[in-house]
Design a protein around this ligand. Structure first.
Ligand SMILES: *Cc1c(COP(=O)(O)O)cnc(C)c1O
Length: 426
């Protein structure tokens, strides 16, 4: 970053620098462990007195390169790659909240994140208040309690596509001594870098655009650095950790205490690091991310325009449409270079007509996936979000007829032709 590179260059060059005569591309270090000549070195590694690799559950050279690349792309100081986006969001919360604590979250969330927060974490004793993304400053502040530890939201909600007003939420979070955690899966650092607007922690399901080819489940948590963890609300980051002979994360790792704690405590104990092979594939994906996001966005823009003008389509939600009143201004501010490749629409005639259209598609596939190079569709109410009640679906911004379309990077003429013939059968 000190090199002042632009994002495209960071995406290609950061994370791995070959040594003289070394492999040009980051090697897959498919090894559980690492060999040392003396016992003292290993003891020092265990005590965090020395940096290095000793067991792949905690850290691995291939995964390390991937983490460095994504941290650089987001403009953060460090990152921890996890098994999945689910574990990234779970760890992002657990790293700073324990039983008896409370989190304020925006209600328009990915279905998996909602059930994680509203059900599983609740059983662990962490309580969530869900507030509307359009909540006023006063409503948001009213939701904050003395035991609140963070505010959580998605930059571009999956699938409601509501844009988070990051600057406004960050200002309120900081006023109350809280970090703002933002799931930036849909825009990726190519279209939005939440740290530039005040977010403190960014998470991703790298399964989506970062991998981009639908090969690898993965997640990552990125730390901006500089959050005042010693403001009295986060003793676990300040007080000595007895499992490391009294290490204080903030005192001993002042540059990235949140990431170090997450790795050496939670990844150690729960054992959910990203695998070297998945990190290798995700890193390959990250290298072409700027090119792909440009194409996904321009294809989705043309697709949205086609659908908006189609007589059988009842409504289209895509921020690139000027008619889109769903916080279009926020999209202009936070997504100036493109609105990503996901759009939602409803077919006239409701769910049943929508299902006929989905079944008639030939190029676009029905997949429980989103954000990869191949165009695909999904019906959230009966698939990704089917564990939610009707009320929860509404709060998440999911109407029964909503079809989520993930526009790929095929030629737009072919994608439009496919939807045109399918809509004829609505
Ligand atoms: C898919 C997704 C997740 C969960 O990620 P997995 O890699 O499937 O575990 C979390 N947040 C958002 C916004 C997602 O789209």
């Amino acid at each position: 970053m000190e090199k002042n590179w632009k994002l495209e260059t960071i995406a290609v060059q950061e994370g791995y620098t070959p040594e003289n005569g070394g492999p040009r591309v980051v090697p897959i270090t498919q090894s559980t462990t690492f060999k040392y000549d003396d016992a003292q070195s290993v003891a020092e590694l265990f005590d965090l007195k020395r940096a290095g690799f000793f067991y792949t559950r905690l850290a691995n050279p291939t995964v390390d390169c991937f983490e460095k690349k994504i941290a650089a792309m987001e403009g953060g100081v460090a990152a921890v790659a996890t098994t999945s986006g689910q574990s990234a969001n779970a760890l992002a919360i657990m790293n700073i909240a324990r039983a008896g604590d409370h989190i304020v979250s925006i209600s328009s969330l990915y279905g998996g994140t909602f059930t994680l927060f509203a059900s599983s974490m609740k059983k662990m004793g962490i309580e969530f208040s869900f507030i509307s993304p359009e909540a006023s400053d006063e409503e948001l502040e009213k939701a904050i309690r003395p035991n609140t530890k963070a505010i959580f939201g998605e930059t571009l909600a999956n699938p409601a596509l509501i844009v988070l007003d990051i600057e406004r939420y960050a200002a309120i979070a900081h006023k109350h001594g809280l970090p703002l955690i933002v799931d930036n899966t849909f825009p990726t650092p190519v279209l939005c870098r939440p740290f530039e607007y005040g977010a403190d922690i960014v998470t991703h399901s790298t399964t989506k655009y970062i991998d981009g080819h639908a090969t690898s489940i993965g997640g990552i948590v990125v730390e901006k650095g500089g959050f005042p963890w010693d403001n009295g609300k986060f003793p676990d980051l300040v007080e000595p950790d007895v499992t490391y002979h009294g290490t204080s994360y903030l005192r001993d790792f002042p540059a990235c205490p949140y990431s170090v704690k997450m790795r050496v405590q939670w990844i150690r104990d729960l054992g959910n690091p990203q695998t070297p092979f998945n990190a290798f594939l995700s890193m390959l994906g990250a290298e072409t991310l700027p090119l792909r996001m440009e194409k996904h966005s321009s294809n989705a823009q043309k697709m949205a325009e086609f659908l908006a003008n189609h007589p059988k389509v009842g409504w289209v939600n895509y921020h690139g449409l000027p008619s889109n009143d769903n916080n279009h201004l926020l999209a202009k501010k936070y997504l100036p270079d493109g609105c990503s490749g996901v759009l939602c629409f409803g077919v006239k005639g409701g769910s049943a007509a929508g299902e006929r259209v989905m079944n008639a598609l030939k190029l676009a596939a029905i997949c429980v996936h989103v954000a990869d190079i191949r165009t695909c569709v999904l019906h959230p109410a009966s698939m990704t979000h089917r564990q939610l009640s009707e009320k929860e679906l509404l709060a998440a911004g999911v109407s029964p007829d909503l079809i989520r379309l993930s526009v790929g990077i095929e030629h737009i003429d072919d994608i439009i032709a496919d939807f045109s013939q399918a809509l004829d059968k609505a």
